[in-house]
Design a binder for this molecule. Structure first.
Ligand code: PHE
Length: 339
């Protein structure tokens, strides 16, 4: 019996607890009616008379030790609370305000998803580019005025290095490293030296597409763009292609969609015409294929490029381009539902 008491004493001295619940559990284990110490009290009755005194004293010592330990644990816990240094990792955090994806990211992703369903994969490239990938490989002659068309930012003292003005540079990088069939879309940020206003910014976002294979015709391009427009703006959307010019495509066109704000009747957004321009496109100029290592006698391609801001404006009627980069959370929160 003495041994049992000694073991319990040792156990009690080394008790620890993290909270009130654990302390209460210890109290029940040792000090309650059905606790270990009370069990010993019951056994005590059977102890021979000559040993009663010694064991009785030991038992009392044990009971006091247990009570004192429980009290001490309670005090410790209280002191800990008062000092405020408790760190409860299980506590629910302060209300977390969920963020929203940026409207441009939402729309960019939608564009990517539509083309992904048609088998286009993603391609990426640097924003600081060399002249070759942005201009020369895209059939811009050295002194061609078309270089001015895009209001280029040059890197100081490095006339050969520019901030890319379109993601056609990524098309060039894909062509120089891959043989057809090629089916890529290139989303990314582009830069042009424009005065910042509600309608223009010095950077914006594009998604360009490139398809190169045998027997590719303008009809393929038209069909893909029609499908894109209807997926993006609704089944009743019509498209219209107007002849245009780009150094890297021949023939080239600009594509309008029937104004999705007035349904084509004419409104202030489409300036009464019922049509709004959304992208440039065309058949890849054979000179571009050759410059990028693809045999233009064997392969043809089409390409298209659109501004993500423009598409977003049409979908959400954002009047001022600057709102996209100011990151005013009141503006961004308006897109909560679209997330
Ligand atoms: N690169 C053109 C631009 O930035 C867009 C475009 C891409 C036009 C592909 C035709 C074909 O304006």
């Amino acid at each position: 019996m003495i041994e049992k008491i000694e073991t319990l004493l040792g156990e009690i001295r080394s008790l620890t607890a993290n909270d009130e619940k654990e302390i209460e559990a210890l109290r029940i284990k040792y000090l309650s009616k059905k606790g270990l110490i009370n069990d010993l009290m019951t056994d005590f009755r059977t102890v021979p008379a000559e040993a009663k005194r010694e064991i009785g004293m030991k038992l009392n010592e044990l009971k006091t030790a247990a009570q004192e330990k429980i009290n001490a644990l309670r005090e410790e816990l209280a002191a800990h609370h008062e000092s405020g240094d408790e760190l409860d990792l299980t506590r629910t955090p302060y209300p977390v305000r969920l963020g929203t994806r940026h409207p441009l990211s939402i729309v960019k992703q939608e564009i990517i998803d539509i083309f992904a369903r048609l088998g286009f994969t993603l391609a990426d490239g640097p924003e600081i580019e060399d002249d070759w990938h942005v201009f020369s490989s895209m059939n811009f002659a050295p002194d061609h005025p078309a270089r001015d068309m895009q209001d280029t930012f040059f890197v100081e003292q490095h006339p050969d290095i520019v901030l890319r003005t379109h993601t056609s540079s990524v098309q060039s990088r894909v062509m120089e490293s891959t043989q057809p069939p090629i089916r890529v879309i290139c989303p990314g940020r582009v830069y042009r030296n424009e005065a910042i206003s509600a309608r223009a910014h010095c950077f914006f976002h594009q998604v360009e597409g490139l398809y190169v294979d045998r027997h590719v015709s303008f009809t393929d391009l038209k069909q893909v763009l029609l499908l894109f427009a209807q997926e993006m703006f609704g089944k009743d959307t019509k498209i219209r292609l107007r002849p245009s010019y780009f150094p890297f495509t021949e023939p080239s066109a600009e594509m309008d969609i029937s104004c999705n704000i007035c349904g084509g009747k004419g409104c202030s957004f489409c300036k009464g015409t019922g049509w709004v321009e959304i992208l440039g496109c065309g058949m890849v100029d054979p000179a571009v294929l050759d410059a990028n290592g693809i045999d233009s006698t064997q392969y043809q391609g089409y390409a298209f490029g659109m501004g993500v801001e423009r598409i977003t404006n049409l979908k959400y009627q954002v009047k001022d381009l600057r709102m996209f980069s100011e990151n005013d959370t009141r503006f961004l929160e308006e897109f909560m539902a679209a997330n």
